[in-house]
Structures are given as C-alpha cells and as structure tokens.
Ligand binder design. Structure first.
Ligand code: SF4
Length: 397
C-alpha cells in the first residue's frame, strides 16, 4: 500500500507560456476550501483502498504554485497525516516554490511544519528567457530566495532549469549553468523546453513568431548541461535529474520511476497501486479531473456522498486498469530512465522469466549498436544511448 503521497495544488498567479500542467490563474487561493476537499478525498481513497495504513515515506506538494499557500495550510495537512497514518522516521517532505513568493518569514514557517526539501523553479537566469517563458520572477529573486532557504535551515534544495528555449545560445546556457552551480544546490532537474498543445509558446511557434532551437544544438546543449553539472559534483541519476549524492536523489520521484504505489490527492492528481491475485497482476490507476472548482464542489458537498459501497464511480475522477503486459512496458519505460537501469532479478520475479527472456532478445540489436547493455543482474542504457532514451524505449516496448 502506498507510502508515497503527492498533493496537487493547482493555483498560480498567472500562466507561464509553456505550461501544460493542470493549473489555473487566480487572484485568491481558496485555501480553506481546498484543504477541506483534500482531506475529504483522502477519506474517500481510504474507503476504496482499505489497506491505506502505511506510514508516509515521501510527501510531495506540487503544482501549480504551492508557495501561494500559507505555512498553516501545510501544517494542517502534515498533522492530519501524522494522526491518520503517521510518517516513517526520516520522511522526505518536498514543497515546490516560486522564487517570487519566497521571503524569510514564510520559509521559516514552511520549515517549521516539517517540510525538509524545497524544489524551486528557477528555469533560467536570463531576463529575455524569463520573459519568453512568462515567469513571474527575475534573476535576482532566484539568488535571494535561495539564500533565504539556506538561512532558514533548508539543507536539501533542488533547482529546476529549462533550456533550449527559442533564442537561447550555447553561451546563454553556459552562463545559466555557471550561475546555477555557484548556488550549489543538492539537486537539479534540467529539461529541454517542450512544446505542448494549447500553450502560448506552441502557438507562437506555429505562427512563426519564434523558432525552436534546432535538434543538433539541443543535443549539444544536453551534453553541456551534463558536463557542467558533473564538474560541479552533480551526477546524473535519471535522464533529466542530477544530484550531489545518493542521499539527495528525489525519493519521491524514484518511487514513480520504480513504479511503486502512490496516492495523488487534489484536482489533476493521479495515483495507482499494483494488485495481485494468484498469478494475476494488474495496476489500478486513477486521475482526478483538472478543474479545481469542479473538484472542490464535489468534495465539499459532503463526505456522505462519497460512499463507495454501491459504486466506485465519482464524477471528478477517472479510473483505469492496466494489464500485466502494460505494466511490464511501463516498468521498462520508467526504469530505463534511471542511470542504474532495471534490476533483472526483480523483473523476473514480478513478470516471469519468459517475458524477460523475450525482452533480452530484443535488446541484442540495441546492444550491438552500443545503446544498451546488460549483465546478469541489470539492464541499462549506455552513456552514448542516454541522449536517445525515448527512442530506445520506443524500440523495446
Ligand atoms: S508556475 Fe508552474 S504550474 Fe504555474 S503556470 Fe507556471 S509552469 Fe504552470
């Protein structure tokens, strides 16, 4: 049963130009109502999954912009879980913050709730880049916020970087990496800009107003990111994630990549658990609809309406079942993103030797091309294949 919880807080002050996350721009965050709805959803999930009793190992507040919420919001939730299911001895409790929202008092308040890891969306230190991405903060906010976090006692800070945005040169990226590594975060998530449908930046590309960075330059940029972060002592442990040492790897995200069970609460949040009956295996998964008004309206209505005895159907969440071969494909897709690759012994014990033998037969060609390698215990993507992870995974599943 899940020990990893994700809480989605889908409110922002304004919408960034590249954003495809479930979030809405608001002037006022409905903190009290949303809190009530989240706790109500937890009670509902527990009725559906009666074994939901394990103490939490990781708790992640993502968004949206969680730093629009006050410290007391988080202390109420953390205290609630402490009472209901408890926490393991050293849980990882992460909060995503926007540099524009951070001041010393607020950070101290967050820290006092038990939050012990901060993930801050720096994205770029370039004024032109921040404008293009539609971010609310400026470069000075990033350093000020980072210093406030340190002074408040946060010893586990992750910074997000977006690169290969239209107009960014190799030199611009090098300058970003220089500024970012000077701050010495424990963890970095670095992503190339992607163009999702419905986003402002995608519309601007389609209209010919801006031009994406060409692919050869993107590949060069990827290797520049890895080289610079590596020199700064941040090693790559996942396609887009770097950490100073094993202890600073994101435990919460490792749970996703290793396809562990997890609970997601909030509008737009998803969760899933693995089910077994004899040799039969499948995954039950759900995704809540993204509209926070709709979510709150239904969950605030009354807990009584969330009775699950007669039906598991609720209008604000969609459920699906993934069969064994689907779960196997997902294990590969997620596990191969990790530099350490996939543990073959556990793959055999979970899916049987035949499925693994068929996989290793497919791997042979990729191994000859130097993209993938394996030994008795593990299957992994090689250094030269790591930039082509998505296409390698496509060929395997
Ligand atoms: S702050 Fe994050 S969630 Fe909000 S609009 Fe920007 S990218 Fe999207």
């Amino acid at each position: 049963m899940p020990e990893n919880y994700y809480i989605h807080l889908p409110f922002c002050r304004s919408k960034c130009s590249y954003c495809a996350f479930p979030s809405v721009a608001v002037d006022r965050v409905p903190e009290k109502e949303y809190l009530k709805a989240l706790l109500s959803e937890f009670r509902f999930r527990r009725k559906l999954w009666p074994g939901l009793t394990l103490p939490l190992s990781t708790l992640y507040f993502g968004g949206g912009t969680p730093s629009l919420f006050t410290p007391s919001f988080f202390s109420e939730i953390i205290d609630f879980f402490a009472r209901e299911v408890g926490f393991v001895a050293a849980p990882e409790i992460t909060l995503e913050v926007n540099p524009a929202d951070v001041n010393r008092d607020k950070i101290r308040g967050y820290f006092n709730t038990g939050i012990n890891r901060i993930s801050m969306g720096a994205q770029t230190f370039s004024a032109a880049g921040l404008r293009l991405l539609g971010r609310r903060h400026d470069a000075a906010n990033i350093s000020q916020a980072f210093n406030s976090l340190r002074q408040s006692g946060i010893t586990n800070i992750s910074l997000d970087l977006i690169y290969a945005w239209p107009g960014q040169s190799r030199e611009d990226l090098a300058a970003d990496l220089d500024k970012l590594t000077t701050l010495a975060p424990e963890h970095v998530s670095a992503y190339t800009l992607s163009y999702e449908s419905g986003c402002e930046i995608t519309r601007a590309v389609a209209a010919g107003e801006i031009v994406p960075v060409p692919e050869p330059l993107q590949l060069e940029m990827m290797s520049l990111v890895e080289d610079n972060l590596d020199k700064a002592g941040l090693y790559r442990y996942e396609v887009s994630n770097f950490s100073r040492s094993c202890i600073f790897q994101s435990r919460h995200n490792l749970a996703y990549w290793q396809l562990k069970d997890f609970i997601g609460l909030g509008a737009g949040a998803c969760g899933g658990r693995r089910c077994r009956r004899g040799p039969k295996q499948w995954v039950e998964r759900y995704c809540n609809l993204a509209d926070p008004e709709f979510y709150m309206r239904h969950l605030l209505d009354a807990d009584s309406k969330l009775a699950v005895d007669s039906s598991e159907f609720v209008p604000w969440s969609q459920a699906e079942t993934v069969n064994l071969s689907g779960v196997f494909a997902e294990s590969l897709m997620m596990g191969l993103r990790l530099r350490q690759g996939i543990d073959l012994a556990s793959l055999r014990s979970e899916y049987g030797p035949d499925m693994v033998a068929a996989l290793l037969a497919k791997v042979q060609l990729l191994q000859n091309e130097g993209m993938v390698d394996f030994d008795e215990s593990r299957l992994w993507i090689t250094d030269s294949g790591f930039y082509l992870t998505d296409s390698i995974i496509d060929r395997l599943v």
